[in-house]
Design a binder for this molecule. Sequence first.
Ligand code: 3PG
Length: 391
Amino acid sequence: QDLIDQQALQGKRVFIRADLNVPQDDAGNITEDTRIRASVPAIQAALKAGAAVMVTSHLGRPTEGEFKPEDSLAPVAKRLSELLGQSVELKQDWVDGVDVAPGSVVLLENCRVNKGEKKNSDELAQKMAKLCDVYVNDAFGTAHRAEATTHGIAKFAPVVAAGPLLAAELDALGKALGQPQRPLLAIVAGSKVSSKLTILQSLADKVDNLIVGGGIANTFMKAVGLNIGKSLVENDLVDEARAIIEKMSQRGAQVPIPVDVVCAKEFAPTAAATVKDVADVADDDMILDIGPKTAAMLAEQVAKAGTIVWNGPVGVFEFDQFAEGTKTLALAIAQSRGFSIAGGGDTLAAIAKYKIADQIGYISTGGGAFLEFLEGKTLPAVDILLQRSAH
Ligand code: 3PG
C-alpha cells in the first residue's frame, strides 16, 4: 500500500514514522545524512497535500524514560529544515497531544525515550494513534523492529499506509530476490559466519552463485581442506559451511573458493601484505583479502550476473594494502549490466570510498532490516501494514 493519494491527505493530521537514526560525531554533528534525505519525499508529499505533519524517529538506543541531551533529534530537525526549506519545530513530551497546523511539519523528539516504545505497548500505541488521522510508515531501516511507532500504532490508527521509501525498498528487494533476473549472485562478506549464518542458509536455496568474503571465506576455505594459517575462523561452523557448499552444488549452484589470497603476519594498518596461492598459506599467515586472480575470477562472475545482492567487503578494505579485492568487486558491480542492490554499513562505506553510488541499482537505507530481509524473515512493521490493508 503506497502513500495514499494527495486529496485524502488534505487537512489531515499525518504521523510519519521515519528512520532518522543517523551517525553523529562527538560534538553532535551529523556525519552521514542519507537517511534524512531519503525521508524527505514522504514529508514533502504530505505537506504538498496540505496535511499537518508529525514526523518521528528513534535515535540510538536511549534508556526509556531517561532523556539525555545526546538522545535529542535537534541536529536532525535542523538538517531536515534545511532540506525541506521550511522550519521544523522539535516537540518534546508529545505523546498526549501535538499542536501542528496544516502545511507545517514538526519533529517529535526521539520516540524511543517514551516508556513502552521498545516493548510495543498497546497503551502507548493507542495514545499515539489518537494524534493522527493517517499513519505513514516510511522507516525501512526499523522495519525489523516491532515497536510502538513501527508496529503498535499501525494497529490503531484510522488509516495506515507505507511511505515512498519503504515501498521503494521493498520493491527493490522483491525485484532482487522475488523475481530475479538470473544468474542471481550474492556477495555475503564480513568477519563472522555466525552473524550471517541464517542469511547464508537462506540464500543457499535461492542464488546461483554465493561469493563469501572476509572471515566468512576463511571458514569456507577450511571446509574444503585448505590451510588458512592463523586467520580468523569459526571452527564450530566448518561443517555447516561444507553443508552449504554441498547443498548448493547439488542443484548446480556454486560457492567459489579463492585460489589466491593476500596475507600478513599481523592485523595492523602498517602490516606488510604478501599475495600467495592458497596452497602456499603458512601456519603463521593471516588472510586479510582475496588475491588478484580470485578477484578477477569473481569480477567475471559479477559481470555475467543478471542480479547482484551485495552485503559486506571481501577484505580489510580500511587498510589500502588489503583493499584491492573489495575495490575490484565494487567496480565490477558498478560496471555490471545486471540489477544490483547493496546494503549494510560497511558496504555503504565501500561504495562511498570507491565513489560508485550512482552505478548501484539500489542502495538500501537498512542495516539490520536489510539483513533480516535477506534471511527471508518477515519484517513486523511491513506485516502489520499488510494485515491492515487486507481488511
Ligand atoms: C539501524 O540503524 O539499523 C536502525 O535504525 C535500527 O536501529 P536499532 O538496531 O537500534 O533498532
